[in-house]
Each structure stands twice: as C-alpha cells, then as structure tokens.
Design a protein around this ligand. Sequence first.
Ligand code: ALG
Ligand code: ZN
Ligand code: ZN
Length: 313
Amino acid sequence: MSPIGPVDASQVPRYNGPGTFARLPRLDEVTSTDVAIVGVPFDTGVSYRPGARLGPAHVRASSKLLRPYNPALDVSPFKEMQVSDAGDIACNPFNIDEAVTDIERGADALTGDGTRLLTIGGDHTIALPLLRSVARRHGPVAVVHFDAHLDTWDTYFGASITHGTPFRRASEEGLIDREASMHIGTRGPLYSDQDLSDDKMLGFAAVTSPEIEIDGVAAAIERMLARIGDRPVYVSVDIDVLDPAHAPGTGTPEAGGMTSRELLRMLRAFAGTNLVGADIVEVSPSYDHAEITGIAAAHVGYELLSAMALPKA
Ligand SMILES: N=C(N)NCCCC(=O)O
Ligand SMILES: [Zn+2]
Ligand SMILES: [Zn+2]
C-alpha cells in the first residue's frame, strides 16, 4: 500500500484544514507510520522569555505551504515513507520532573514499533527525555546539536533539568556517544571559559558560528560527517541557532547566527546518514513576526524528513 500523503493543495486550498504538520494525515488515520511528527508543548524550563509551549501549534500552522517534492535532494519524502502527525504529548506545566517523565513515556509509546520521531517543541529541556527514549532503543547516539548555546550548563537556581542543561545530563547519563557528538552554530557570551572546558569534557566538539563564517558551510559539513561516521545520529535543532533576523520568535536570541539558507543546506547533509530521530525546539510564537520563525522551523522539519526518506549510504 502506498503512503497516504498530504492534502492536495490543488484540490483543497492550503488555508483550509487540517491543522497537522504539512497537512499530513493524523496518526489515527494511517495503519502504521514510519515517521511520526509529535508536538511537545512544554516551556517550564526556560531561563528568559517564555512561550515555546505554543511552538508546536505555530510551526504546524506555518507548514501549510510545504510542497511534496524536494528538488534540493531529489526526493518526495511523503511518497518514500508514511509520515503522520501524532498530535501533542500532554505534559505537566507545573512540575518539570513529572513533565520529563510524561515526555519520555510519550516518546516510548510512539516508537515501540520502530517509528522514528520528529518532535516539535517546546523548550530545549525536552531533548533530555527524548534522548533517554532514543538511547533505550539505539544505545548512546551521536548528537548533532544546532544551537547558539552549549546547553551543557550544570544548574540554574539549583535546578538540574532546564533548557540550558539537557546535554550535560544526557552526557552524564551515557545517552550520547562522547566520541561523536557536537554543537553547530554556537556563539555569544558565556558565563566563563570553564563553560567551554566542561563542554569538551562532556564529549562535545563544536563548529562555532564564527567558524562557519570564516571556513564556510562545506567545511562545517565535512567536519560534521567525519565526527558522526556511520553511527546512529540524533539531530536537535534549537531555532536560535539562526540569527535573530532569521528567527526572531525565540526566547534567548543571540546576534551573529546562521542564515536559514546555511542551516537548510547543513541539514540536507544528513541524507545517507543513520538519522534515528530529531527535534526542533525553542520557537516562541509571541516574539515571531510574519511567521518568519515558524516558516524557518517548518522548512527545517521538511529537510530532516527528506533526509530520513533517503536510504542510508
Ligand atoms: N535556548 C536554550 N536552549 N538555552 C539557552 C540558555 C541560556 C541561558 O539562560 O544562559
Ligand atoms: Zn539556544
Ligand atoms: Zn538550546
């Protein structure tokens, strides 16, 4: 049976429903799914501007213009595999520990049959329970983390699970492959130079935003692919990796970031890799204008799905 694709925009105008990502079918409308899109509307872990709990609905609404064929990778992702929208994981907004358990259980329930997840957040806290779930299936994974921030800080106000700490916890818990994980696009002021030495100890390499400017995207892709090799890879995209000009709708914006064109090109390089899951986080719609950030996030999702649709090299 061939996959059920998106609603045809030549038959039903794209501003009509449904409200699923890319107008794809809902999970309960398909018999099985290869990839599920799932929202995690959680933002109790933020340290500055809130609002990412409204990210999943915003990114879905901004994804209506996506078309079925991706010329950059010569693939029709929704023909190659069944992709469906699983709705949102309900998680406790008042208790971070409980929310993290809710998210991990929700992810486990969706992936028990081998389904891969593309998660729309939510703040970056959610990467921790998502990685716990992924590592249970695949063992420690190569994490490629696109972000202005390291997110390997230790605690904020004594709290160990926040949006600034998921990758330190993931490294401590053995969820990531310390030989193969890296940040892309990091930049901006830190608390001290110890942030960088701690980060290295935790197993992360980095291609910083200034390095991308100086050496170019091709060199960044080369370093990224060399680092991950043929390991199972999990991609986490904090939308604030983009310059605020390309993604104003986010909670902790930092000047001097990547363009959306550079980011989409880097994501296409995951075609042929063993991409076991991905998330897009930190879209905060109340700071967005003209859906700039929502549209960027929707295209990020589309390129990740396209890469997932192509066979492993
Ligand atoms: N946007 C994410 N994920 N983290 C930013 C944390 C920055 C800070 O509070 O210092
Ligand atoms: Zn960030
Ligand atoms: Zn982050």
